[in-house]
Design a protein around this ligand. Structure first.
Ligand code: 3PG
Ligand code: MG
Length: 425
C-alpha cells in the first residue's frame, strides 16, 4: 500500500512541550480470568518511549480493553496503574471519556501531568461506527468534544490500525495527527516486510489463522518479493492437505471447524496457491503427532493418521535452517506447533532460535508469536516484534489500514501549518 513514515507526521516533526496531547494507544491485553491481572503487559511496555518523549506535555491517554459483553471488558484503571509503575510517575485514571468530567480534567492538566480516560469502547459511537467511513468517524461526539480541548493527537494504536472508529480515525481533520514512536516503528518495519525486503526473503507462516496466513502468502507472491514460504502449524497441515496428502479425518475436521464459514474460501485459496505457485512453498516433510500424551514422529509418507498433528519434525527443521541462515529478511507469523503442550514446543522453539540466530532482518508478527518472543526474553534479538495481531496480518496481506490512511490525510492538511500552530521544531 506504499505508506511509509515520510507521508505521515511523526514525533520527529513536532515540538509538543506544554501542549495538550490526546494519545491513543492499544493496550488491549490478555487478562487472567479470575483475578483480572495482566497476563502479558508487552503492549503497555511498548508505549513507554512515546510517553517519555511526551513528558513535558499535558497527556491524555485513551485506549480500549476488549469488547463490550466480554468478560475482560474492564475500565482502564489498572492500565493507568501499570503505566504509572512502568514510567515511575502518577498517571491518574479518570472514569469518563468525553463528558464534562473528562473535559474539566483535561483543561486543568499542568505540564508534565498525565491522565488515562476510560475504556473508549464504553462510548456507543466507538462501537457503532466500526464500518463507517473516515468522514463519518470524524463527526462523532467523541471527536467533537475532545478536539475542543486538545492541541494534537498522537497515536500508537498500531494493533487496532485495521479498524475504523472515532477514537482511531476521526481526528485527522480537526487537529494534527502524529504517529508515535511505536506506530512509526511498526510502519517502518512492516513496510520492509511488505514492500522492500532484502532478498532472499523467507516467510514462515504458522499458527491456526489459515485464512489470514494464505492472504499474506498470496500478497507476497503477487508482489514478487518473496523467495520461500515455509508453512508450519495448522497452516502447514492445510497446505499439505491441499497438495494431495491425506492428513487424516481428525486433522481435516479441526481445520474445517476452526475456519467455520470461511472454510470454503480458504480451501479454494489453498488449492489455488498450491496449483499455481507451488514453487514458493516449503511443506513439512515430517510431523509429530500426539498419541496418549506422547510425541510420536511420523514421516509424511506414513500419513494419514488418526492422531492430531501438533508439530513439525526434525527433517523439516533441517530443511528450514539453511534458508534462515542465508536469508536477507525473515517474516515469522504463527507457531509451528501446539507449543503449550509438553513435548510439542520443539518445532516452535527451534524456529524461534533460527530467527534469533540469523543475521537477517527478522520481523515477528503479533499475537502468540510475539508473546513467545517477549516471554522468552529475546525481543532484542529480533529486528521487530510487532504488537499487532490482526493489524499486522492485514498490513502484510495488503488490506486497508484506516488508521494509517487517517494519519496520511492529517499530514496532507497540517504539515504546512505546523509553524502557524506553534508546533514546529
Ligand atoms: C486487538 O487486540 O486485536 C486490537 O486491540 C483490536 O481489538 P479488536 O480486534 O477487538 O478490534
Ligand atoms: Mg483482534
Amino acid at each position: 500500500m506504499g505508506s511509509n513514515v515520510s507521508d505521515v507526521l511523526t514525533l520527529d516533526d513536532v515540538r509538543l512541550g506544554g501542549k495538550v496531547v490526546l494519545y491513543r494507544v492499544d493496550v488491549n491485553s490478555p487478562l487472567e480470568p479470575s483475578s483480572g491481572a495482566f497476563l502479558d503487559d508487552s503492549r503497555l511496555r511498548a508505549i513507554i518511549p512515546t510517553l517519555r518523549t511526551l513528558q513535558n506535555s499535558k497527556v491524555v491517554i485513551l485506549g480500549h480493553q476488549s469488547r463490550p459483553g466480554k468478560i475482560d471488558f474492564t475500565n482502564m484503571e489498572q492500565h493507568a496503574d501499570r503505566i504509572s509503575r512502568l514510567i515511575g510517575k502518577k498517571v491518574k485514571f479518570v472514569s469518563d471519556i468525553c463528558g464534562d468530567r473528562a473535559l474539566t480534567e483535561i483543561r486543568e492538566l499542568k505540564t508534565g501531568e498525565m491522565i488515562f480516560l476510560d475504556n473508549i469502547r464504553m462510548h456507543k459511537d466507538e462501537n457503532s461506527m466500526k464500518k463507517s467511513s473516515l468522514e463519518n468517524t470524524a463527526k462523532s461526539e467523541i471527536v467533537e468534544k475532545l478536539s475542543s480541548v486538545i492541541d494534537v493527537y498522537v497515536t500508537d494504536a498500531f494493533a487496532a490500525s485495521h479498524r475504523n472508529s472515532p477514537s482511531l480515525t476521526g481526528f485527522y481533520d480537526s487537529v494534527p495527527c502524529i504517529a508515535g514512536h511505536l506506530m512509526s516503528k511498526e510502519i517502518d518495519n512492516l513496510e520492509i516486510a511488505v514492500n522492500d525486503p532484502p532478498r532472499p526473503y523467507v516467510a514462515i507462516l504458522g499458527g491456526a489463522k489459515c485464512d489470514d496466513s494464505l492472504k499474506v502468502a498470496k500478497n507476497l507472491i503477487e508482489k514478487q518479493i518473496i523467495d520461500t514460504i515455509t508453512v508450519v502449524g495448522v497452516v502447514g497441515n492445510l497446505m499439505l492437505w491441499a497438495s494431495g496428502v491425506d492428513i487424516g479425518e481428525r486433522n481435516k475436521s479441526f481445520i474445517r471447524n476452526s475456519l467455520g464459514d470461511d472454510f470454503e474460501a480458504t480451501w479454494e485459496m489453498a488449492i489455488f496457491l498450491y496449483k499455481n505457485h507451488k514453487e514458493y512453498f516449503l511443506l513439512p516433510t515430517d510431523v509429530a503427532v500426539e498419541v496418549n500424551g506422547n510425541r510420536v514422529a511420523m514421516n509424511i509418507s506414513e500419513l494419514p493418521t488418526e492422531y492430531p498433528i501438533y508439530d513439525i519434525g526434525i527433517t523439516t527443521l533441517q530443511e528450514i535452517r539453511p534458508l534462515m541462515t542465508d536469508a536477507g529478511c525473515i517474516l515469522w507469523n504463527g507457531p509451528a506447533s501446539y507449543f503449550e503442550l509438553p513435548g510439542f514446543a520443539f518445532g516452535t522453539i527451534e524456529i524461534l532460535n533460527m530467527c534469533t540466530e540469523s543475521p537477517a532482518i527478522t520481523i515477528v508478527g503479533g499475537g502468540h508469536t510475539s508473546s513467545l518472543v517477549s516471554n522468552r526474553g529475546v525481543v532484542d534479538l529480533v529486528t521487530h516484534n510487532s504488537t499487532g495481531g490482526g493489524a499486522c496480518l492485514t498490513m502484510l496481506s495488503g488490506g486497508s489500514m484506516p488508521v494509517i490512511e487517517s494519519l496520511k490525510r492529517s499530514n496532507d492538511k497540517f504539515r504546512s501549518l505546523l509553524s502557524h500552530l506553534g508546533l514546529n521544531k
